[in-house]
Design a protein around this ligand. Structure first.
Ligand code: DGT
Ligand code: CA
Ligand code: CA
Ligand code: ZN
Length: 572
């Protein structure tokens, strides 16, 4: 059982206990434990197996949680959770989240009307049966309907790249407001989380009302949720929320630090401040004894006041950043400028839309020094995947083109070879042996049991011709969960075999994720950040991969395609 699965169990437990009105401290112990386990860059199962280590020695994991984890690992389930699930049906939890409903009312409705799903609830509201339940009435039924719509939409977090496009559009609009002196995005968007719940904008304005009016004049605004003296929340498009806060210039750094979060990071900064006799909040850093402000104008000042160097927003999740900061060892995170090669892209030979030459020219335009052409192998029949003959034809073509790019760009003969459902590679070893660069990926049989998928990937890692595992978990953000795979085993094998692992920069994939990347780094596995471009423009997604890499704490040295081609050739 991997860390994420264990963490999910504790989150669910917390949610159910919350519904039952349990002691909040107990609930918090579970959610904190879940976070600690999810963020951990080594396998919990390994720690439990290690006779020299104790799970409860880890920060955030108490004795109870450690015991439950062991039960979970040994038996695959938690009796407490099984019981709670029987007591509290899933639909009740969903109903309780609807604005205006709450646990008690939800339970009453569910029982009296025998509601099995939110769709049932909607139907019951529309049919008028909710209004007839004692203590409800037509008004309440209407409010529930409204709440349902919001709950459905609010549950949707958008991908970072979408949030980025939106933030840029709103940013351009706000720039034309002459009353705004300083403007900066905060929140999960600034931290580069893979999904964004809402956007948080901070401004210093000479006229706050005018600044808020200006936001309200944004063309795609659909609703103003609330507006006060310093804060306004609007919805743009169908439902996405944008918050804007106006702050004083001498508090801007403190507000930026506070609203960038994460909450867990902020809780930790407050604790550090307290130990130093200081208080830190959205207005500044203050001495506790006489309330004098000691910092607030810039973020650097805020961190310096509590004895820390500035911490990059991508690291602010209360994972390792405080340990690093206190030791003076904050990694110098990778930037887009560090990238010299792109080792995953498709052409018209399969499902790409541009030719080898077009991709090569686009790579040069983007300052790259080497690329690998990695079209699909034959198993991907929908994309006209290449068999050995067609692949060799493509390679002959690359041989022909290469002289044109001499001194400008190295074009590697690559392949994205499928790992077959039955195990083994889609192309014979003698073909793979001729390639400069072999990616192995799982596209089919993604619903196989964990052992089977893991075995398939381990087989690919052990194949001496495979250089890198592409999009290792197969997840599509907001669309498809990762396939079941023992990532600990995969990473250990990759480390042992010198196989590289991909961070696929496609904003829908971002695969490996941030926690996996930190784990890979710890094992010394070189990461390759690739665009998997299917068009010339597809090469522009590299930036999203860089964001994710930064969240994983990766530096230039951790990423293979930052090397010069000479160094990279040596690594291969
Ligand atoms: P999101 O919007 O769900 O993607 O995630 P965030 O991190 O942007 O969260 P959001 O928009 O609710 O709040 C922005 C930041 O403001 C958050 O990361 C930390 C800070 N913040 C908001 N509410 C609280 C709070 O109740 N306590 C503390 N300590 N910080 C808060
Ligand atoms: Ca937010
Ligand atoms: Ca917010
Ligand atoms: Zn691909």
């Amino acid at each position: 059982m991997d860390n994420a699965t264990i963490a999910n169990v504790f989150d669910e437990l917390a949610e159910l206990l919350e519904f039952k009105g349990e002691n909040p401290f107990r609930i918090r112990a579970y959610t904190q434990g879940a976070k600690a386990i999810r963020d951990l860059d080594e396998s919990v199962a390994d720690i439990v197996d290690d006779p020299d280590r104790k799970l409860s020695d880890l920060a955030g994991i108490g004795k109870t949680l450690a015991e439950k984890t062991e039960t979970l690992l040994k038996t695959g389930k938690l009796p407490q959770l099984v019981k709670l699930r029987e007591e509290v049906p899933e639909v009740l939890i969903q109903m309780a989240r609807i604005p205006g409903l709450g646990a008690k009312k939800a339970a009453k409705l569910q029982k009296e009307l025998d509601i099995d799903s939110l769709a049932d609830l909607r139907a019951a509201c529309v049919a008028g049966s909710v209004a007839k339940v004692k203590g409800f009435g037509a008004k309440t039924a209407e409010a529930i309907l409204e709440g349902l719509a919001i709950a459905e939409q609010a549950a949707e977090r958008i991908r970072w790249a979408e949030g980025d496009a939106l933030a840029r559009a709103i940013g351009r609009h706000m720039e034309s407001c002459s009353h705004i002196e300083t403007m900066q995005w905060a929140g999960s968007y600034r931290r580069g989380r893979e999904t964004i719940g809402d956007l948080d904008l901070l401004v210093v304005a000479s006229d706050r009302d005018a600044a808020m009016d200006h936001l309200e004049s944004y063309a795609d605004r659909s609703q103003t949720i609330g507006r006060g003296d310093t804060k306004i929340s609007i919805r743009v498009g169908k439902a996405f929320q944008v918050d804007m806060r106006c702050v004083d210039a001498n508090q801007f750094g403190a507000a930026l630090q506070y609203f960038t979060g994460s909450q867990a990071h902020n809780v930790h900064t407050r604790r550090i401040a307290k130990d130093k006799g200081l208080k830190i909040n959205e207005y500044g850093v203050f001495r506790v004894d006489d309330e004098t402000q000691v910092a607030g104008e810039t973020e650097e000042d805020v961190y310096a006041a509590i004895g820390l160097p500035w911490i990059a927003p991508e690291l602010r999740e209360d994972r390792n950043e405080f340990k690093w900061a206190q030791a003076g060892e904050i990694p110098e995170l990778i930037t887009l400028d560090d990238i010299r090669g792109d080792l995953h892209m498709h052409t018209t030979a399969t499902d790409g839309q541009n030719t080898i030459r077009e991709m090569a020219d686009a790579a040069i335009e983007r300052g790259l020094k080497y690329i690998a052409i990695t079209d699909h192998s034959k198993r991907v029949s929908m994309a006209m995947g290449l068999n050995a003959d067609r692949l060799r034809e493509q390679w002959a073509m690359i041989d022909e083109i290469r002289p044109e790019y001499e001194g400008k760009l190295v074009i590697l003969k690559g392949i994205e070879c499928d790992i077959l459902e039955s195990g083994g590679m889609d192309l014979p070893d003698d073909v793979l042996a001729e390639a400069d660069w072999v990616l192995a990926s799982v596209h089919y049989g993604q619903r196989q049991p964990r052992e089977q998928i893991t075995e398939r990937i381990l087989g690919a890692i052990e194949n001496e011709h495979v250089d890198c595992i592409a999009h290792p978990t197969g997840r599509l953000i907001n669309r498809r969960p990762p396939y079941e795979v023992d990532m600990d085993a995969v990473m250990k094998a990759a480390a042992a075999n010198g196989t590289l692992m991909e961070l696929n920069a496609n904003p829908a994939r971002l695969d490996l994720n941030d926690v996996h990347l930190a784990a890979a780094k710890k094992l010394g596995i070189p990461i390759v950040i690739s665009t998997d471009a299917h068009t010339v423009d597809g090469m522009d997604v590299m930036q999203y991969g860089i964001k994710q890499a930064r969240r994983g704490g990766l530096t230039k040295a951790d990423v293979a395609n930052t090397m010069t081609y000479k160094q990279f050739e040596k690594l291969l």
